[in-house]
Design a protein around this ligand. Structure first.
Ligand SMILES: Cc1cc2nc3c(=O)[nH]c(=O)nc-3n(C[C@H](O)[C@H](O)[C@H](O)COP(=O)(O)O)c2cc1C
Length: 314
C-alpha cells in the first residue's frame, strides 16, 4: 500500500529539527501526545562517504520501532550519494525518505544544498530521481522560493512535475527565514497548483502552526496534513486531538522523562539538553526563577536534584 495514502486528511507531523528532534526528544513528544508521523533530523548524504561519517549517520538515524511511522530526512546534492543514503535508510527500516530543499543555514546553502536547491532546479530534479531509485516513497520539504515569493509557481511546479509522494511547503521564502508570518493566504493557490500538476501527491503545510486545532483551518482548505515545529516548544502537548490544560506536575514529569531518554540513549554533551528546559519549566507561577536554577546545572544528576527539591517543597 502507498505509504502516504494510509493517513487520513488532517494527519499531523512533528517537523524535522536539527539539534532538537533526536531520539530522546521524539520519545518525549510521543509520551506527551504523539503526532501521526515523526521525521528525523536531517542527515547529510556525504556522511556515507567516510567510516566516521557513516557511524555518525547511523547514530542520528537511530529510532525505536514504536516511533513508526518515522521518515528519514536527508540533504545533499550529489545524486549517487543521495541514492546510497536512501538505500541505507531503507535498510534501516524507514518506510519513506524526505529530501530537504528548504534549509536556510549558510553552511548548507554554501554547498548548494537545502534551500540552495531552489536556485538550481536541475540539481533538485536529479536529486528526486536519484532517491526514487531506492524504491522508497520520496517526499520533499521546501519553501516558497529563495529570495522572492514570485518564484513559488515555477519552483513548486518543477517539484510537482516530478510527482513526489508528498510535498511539504513551509510558507516562507529562504530570505524571509522565520522573520515574517507564514503566508497562509497562499494555501488555496498551492492546493490548486498541486491538483493541476500532481493530484496524487500528498500535500503538507508547515509554518507557525500552534497545535492540531490551529491546523484544522488549513486542512479545511484541501491540504492533507500539517507539520508542527516550534509549536512543540510552546506546548509539548500540541499534538493532542482534544487539547486540555496541563498541570505543573505533568510538565515536570515530562521533563524527567526527557532526562531519562537522554540517558537511556547515551546522548552527550549535557549542555544542549538545557535548551529544552524552557519547554517544561514554563507557564506556572515561579517558573522563571526555577528555570534559572536549572540553567546553572552541569549534569543530569544536578537537574534531577532540583526536580526532587521543587517537588518536595510543595
Ligand atoms: C532548531 C531548528 C532546526 C531545524 N532543522 C530542520 C531540519 O533539520 N530539516 C528541515 O527540513 N527543517 C528544519 N527546521 C525547520 C522546521 O522543520 C520548520 O520548517 C520551521 O521551523 C517552520 O515551522 P514551525 O513554524 O512550525 O516551526 C528547523 C527549525 C528549527 C527551529
Amino acid at each position: 500500500m502507498d505509504f502516504w495514502k494510509q493517513f487520513k486528511p488532517g494527519f499531523t507531523i512533528l517537523a524535522p529539527m536539527e539539534g532538537v528532534t533526536d531520539i530522546a526528544f521524539r520519545q518525549t513528544v510521543a509520551k506527551a501526545a504523539r503526532p501521526d508521523i515523526f521525521y528525523t533530523e536531517f542527515t547529510n548524504v556525504n556522511s556515507y562517504s567516510s567510516e566516521k561519517g557513516r557511524h555518525d549517520a547511523l547514530e542520528r538515524l537511530r529510532y525505536e520501532p514504536d516511533e513508526q511511522p518515522i521518515i528519514a530526512q536527508i540533504w545533499g546534492t550529489n545524486p549517487d550519494m543521495i541514492l546510497q543514503t536512501a538505500q541505507a535508510v531503507k535498510e534501516l527500516g524507514y518506510p519513506a525518505v524526505d529530501l530537504n530543499m528548504g534549509c536556510p543555514d549558510r553552511h548548507v546553502v554554501a554547498t548548494g544544498g537545502g534551500s540552495g536547491l531552489i536556485r538550481t532546479p536541475d540539481v533538485a530534479v536529479a536529486a528526486i530521481r536519484a532517491a526514487k531509485i531506492s524504491g522508497l516513497p520520496v517526499s520533499v520539504k521546501t519553501r516558497l522560493g529563495y529570495s522572492s515569493l514570485g518564484e513559488r509557481t515555477d519552483w513548486l511546479s518543477i517539484l510537482l512535475n516530478e510527482h513526489p509522494a508528498a510535498l511539504t511547503v513551509h510558507l516562507r521564502t529562504k530570505k524571509e527565514m522565520s522573520k515574517v508570518p507564514a503566508h497562509y493566504e497562499l494555501i488555496p493557490e498551492i492546493v490548486a497548483l498541486k491538483n493541476q500538476h500532481s493530484p496524487e501527491t500528498t500535500l503538507i503545510i508547515n509554518g507557525d502552526i500552534k497545535d492540531c486545532i490551529d491546523g484544522q483551518k488549513i486542512i479545511e482548505q484541501g491540504v492533507d496534513g500539517i507539520m508542527i515545529g516550534r509549536g512543540v516548544f510552546q506546548n509539548p502537548f500540541c499534538f493532542e486531538k482534544t487539547p486540555r490544560k496541563h498541570s505543573r506536575d505533568e510538565l515536570l514529569n515530562l521533563m524527567e522523562y526527557h532526562l531519562d531518554m537522554y540517558e537511556k540513549y547515551h546522548l552527550t554533551p549535557y549542555d544542549p539538553l538545557k535548551h529544552f528546559y524552557k519547554i517544561y519549566i514554563n507557564n506556572f507561577p515561579g517558573a522563571s526563577e526555577i528555570r534559572a536554577r536549572f540553567m546553572d546545572t552541569r549534569s543530569i544528576a544536578e537537574a534531577r536534584q532540583i526536580l526532587a527539591e521543587i517537588r518536595t517543597a510543595e
